[in-house]
Design a protein around this ligand. Structure first.
Ligand code: G6P
Length: 459
């Protein structure tokens, strides 16, 4: 391994950039984005080593890009992509098809349909990837390492390699990677182009071995030459989440929450309003618990912070309606004037989400399938009640946390309900031991470790 590469300049490419712009009193204000990808990669920008290329996702982002405002946050290029292409690349190809495919959410009786509209969307996906590749070629310093993030940007590598053989490209998938059987559901041209282009990176990274193995099996299934892969688990930025937990805004949110829930046992969840998060089965498990243990009625509250996501995709809007209807039905059936069984907040309020982390007695993290899941790591980092975690066996985080969490299969409503019931009965000493173990597991890695693994993969 040559150490030269570790010091090479860096270019980061991701669909969503580290900063998004909003208009406040007629002035454009840049707000740092949330999420693991950003906290893992932002230190590179702060060190002045990296430049970041992302899509301008809103009208305000576009205006900011035109005015050159992003430079204030480090060398950031927000690509001004026409809104129609952006919609088809992001909502149709990336989120309706690739996201669903990798999370096992396709219902093949009905979706997808590879119609003329799909072909138009696929061409838009190709054009947006080409725009990113051109930006890398134009702005990438000589000999740079290019860190390409996620399923939106699968097609860059061959385009960049043809123009700029001096650059090394590493791809990191934050989602699961589906196995060859599922990936065969992809339209054949798109499947071939995505897998061939991913394989053209210097290396492809995944959070856990299962997604890496699936990718390698897909490459074999296409009879493509084998390619270099690695696994590296992302960690939460514990400093940043603890800073929010210690903020006056979070204290105020916790005070309000305490006023409502009192000393009841709190089951918490914090998620995007997202189909893969399995929110409805979580409520079904809770309802089963209320039915089987009448002494819990009025003594337990489910606090669900489910903030809006991908609202332009119809399936997300339908899922939101189902979540809201389910909550209304359960609250109508079990609730009373003094007690609301499920408190659902479907707004983006990060201090309130972190207040839920601080207060929960049991955190439910039961995704259908998840590349990693940072909620399972953020919650225990700031929880103040020796809270327990019920964790899906299909979340990448279960590889690290299975020992101290209560693992359940995400479709198993009975097992999920029983895991919650067992936690309620668990002794304080066992709760303490498990929560301390969770914290040790979580603290054993940092976002910098993940970053270093990507840079090493470029060697
Ligand atoms: C997942 C993806 C990320 C993405 C995030 C939010 O975690 O792996 O790349 O940023 O979801 O999704 P959004 O579509 O809002 O960017």
């Amino acid at each position: 391994m040559s150490d030269h590469r570790l010091d090479a300049p860096i270019v980061i490419c991701s669909n969503r950039g580290p900063v998004s712009y909003h208009s406040v009193d007629g002035e454009l204000e840049g707000v740092r984005g949330a999420g693991g990808l950003i906290s893992g990669l932002l230190p590179l920008m702060e060190s002045g080593r990296a430049r970041w290329i992302a899509a301008a996702l809103s009208e305000e982002d576009r205006v900011a890009a035109a005015l050159g405002l992003p430079e204030r946050f480090g060398p950031l290029h927000l690509l001004d992509i026409n809104t129609e292409d952006l919609d088809l690349y992001y909502n149709v190809v990336s989120n309706e098809v690739l996201w669903f495919l990798h999370h096992g959410l396709l219902d093949s009786t009905y979706t997808p349909d590879y119609t003329d509209e799909w072909r138009t969307a696929w061409q838009a996906y190709r054009r947006v990837n080409t725009a990113f590749a051109e930006a890398v070629c134009n702005h990438g310093p000589h000999g740079a390492t290019v860190l390409v993030q996620d399923y939106h940007l699968s097609l860059l590598a061959p385009l960049v390699a043809a123009e700029r053989p001096d650059l090394r490209l590493v791809h990191f998938h934050h989602t699961p990677f589906a196995g060859p059987g599922e990936v065969r559901l992809l339209e054949p041209t798109a499947r071939r182009e995505i897998l061939t282009s991913l394989a053209a990176h210097h290396a492809c990274g995944f959070h856990i071995g299962r997604w890496e193995t699936n990718f390698r099996r897909c490459i074999e299934d296409m009879h493509l030459p084998s390619t270099s892969t690695f696994t590296s688990t992302l960690s939460s930025d514990l400093g940043a989440i603890r800073e929010v937990a210690a903020s006056p805004a979070c204290d105020a949110a916790l005070a309000k929450l305490t006023e409502r829930v009192g000393d009841r046992f709190v089951i918490g969840r914090v998620d995007r309003m997202e189909l893969s998060k399995n929110i409805v089965r979580g409520f079904a498990a809770y309802e089963r618990l209320l039915g089987l243990r009448p002494e819990l009625v009025g003594r337990v509250v489910f606090v669900a912070q489910c903030y809006p996501s991908r609202v332009n995709v119809p399936a997300y809007r339908r899922y939101r309606d189902l979540v809201v209807d389910t909550v209304e039905r359960i609250n109508g059936r079990w609730g009373s004037a003094e007690w609301t069984p499920i408190e659902l907040a479907d707004v983006d309020d990060f201090p309130a989400s972190v207040a839920t982390y601080r207060r929960y007695d049991a955190l439910l993290v039961n995704p259908v399938r998840d590349g990693l899941n940072l909620v399972a790591k953020e919650g225990p980092a700031v929880n103040e009640r020796h809270g327990q975690v019920v964790l899906s066996s299909e979340a990448g985080a279960s590889v690290e946390l299975a020992g101290a969490a209560d693992e359940v299969h995400p479709f198993d409503v009975v097992a999920t309900s029983e895991a919650l019931s067992a936690i309620i009965d668990r002794s304080p000493s066992e709760r303490r031991a498990r929560s301390e173990q969770l914290r040790r597991d979580i603290e054993s890695r940092t976002p910098q470790d993940w970053l270093a693994d990507q840079l090493h993969a470029a060697e």
